[in-house]
Ligand binder design. Structure first.
Ligand SMILES: NC(=O)c1ccc[n+]([C@@H]2O[C@H](COP(=O)([O-])OP(=O)(O)OC[C@H]3O[C@@H](n4cnc5c(N)ncnc54)[C@H](OP(=O)(O)O)[C@@H]3O)[C@@H](O)[C@H]2O)c1
Length: 247
């Protein structure tokens, strides 16, 4: 049994790696930081291979797939991603495009390639509660990338189900989680955050139960449900207020 996890050097991805290793899965871990991956490799209970790739570079997504495609991987977890906070007019465009490449294109490419690989049994795409909202002022690009992942994964789920595919896709949409995410986005959470270990275990357990939409924590489940009934202009005002407190 083998799982590939992108963004496995910290946060949710690292905790997923530890949990899957405890369930006896061999691991293929990917991130940019080879040093961190080497340290993690030493601590895992099962055979662990590491690949240092910047997955915001599209060619690297294909290189990664070509290196691992014959390794009989059962579980693919598209987790690598990051957010950008700030005034839309001032955010750096090349950083935004890099985020789009990682959060959208990499997820699209790896999902596409692995869905056609006969070993694949589960694909878990990590989006965010942000992806289920209708826009995130002050994190506009990030929310939009995560909406893409939600829409894409929902549609793929139904196509696979209709075709009686043996592959099951799941979508993880957490609210705030304590990881390195905030440091990279240069923000502080304005609402309570969940523990990454809890989120990782919750997500993997639900994935094995073939759940499509996985939202850890009752507060976030409740918020996402009720957000649907709030008029768009009101919802955007509320989201703006919450986001502004992050700075
Ligand atoms: N934390 C939250 O509140 C939260 C909430 C909802 C959704 N999420 C989502 O959860 C996922 C994991 O984030 P996290 O919270 O665990 O943050 P994190 O601790 O910053 O982890 C991000 C991981 O992605 C890797 N990564 C970043 N850029 C990469 C690149 N260009 N190529 C390859 N790997 C890259 C990082 O490793 P290197 O730096 O070594 O490359 C790291 O392993 C993300 O998709 C994020 O959007 C997070």
């Amino acid at each position: 049994m083998k799982a590939l996890i992108t963004g496995a050097s910290s946060g949710i991805g690292l905790e997923m790696a530890k949990y899957l290793s405890s369930l006896n899965y061999d691991l293929i871990l990917v991130s940019r930081d080879k040093g961190k991956l080497k340290d993690i490799q030493k601590c895992m209970e099962t055979t662990t291979e590491i690949y240092a790739f910047d997955l915001s570079i599209i060619d690297n997504c294909f290189k990664l797939y070509n290196e691992v495609k014959d390794k009989k991987i059962d579980i693919i977890i598209n987790n690598a991603g990051y957010g950008i906070f700030g005034d839309y007019r001032e955010n750096n465009l090349s950083n935004e495009l890099n985020m789009i490449d990682l959060n959208i294109k990499c997820v699209h490419i790896l999902t596409k390639l692995f869905v056609n690989n006969k070993s694949t049994k589960y694909i878990l795409n990590v989006s965010s509660s942000a992806g289920l909202m209708r826009g995130g002022p002050l994190m506009s690009g990030y929310y939009a990338t995560k909406s893409y992942v939600c829409s894409y994964t929902f549609a793929l789920y139904e196509e696979l189900r209709k075709n009686n595919s043996k592959i099951h896709v799941s979508l993880l949409c957490p609210g705030p989680v304590s990881t390195n995410f905030n440091n990279r986005a240069n923000v502080n959470f304005s609402i309570n955050s969940l523990d990454a270990k809890y989120v990782a275990k919750y997500a993997i357990d639900k994935m094995f139960k073939n759940k499509l939409l996985i939202i850890p924590g009752y507060t976030m489940k409740f918020s996402i449900f009720f957000a649907r009934f709030i008029p768009i202009k009101v919802l955007l005002k509320i989201t703006y207020k919450i986001q502004k407190k992050k700075k």
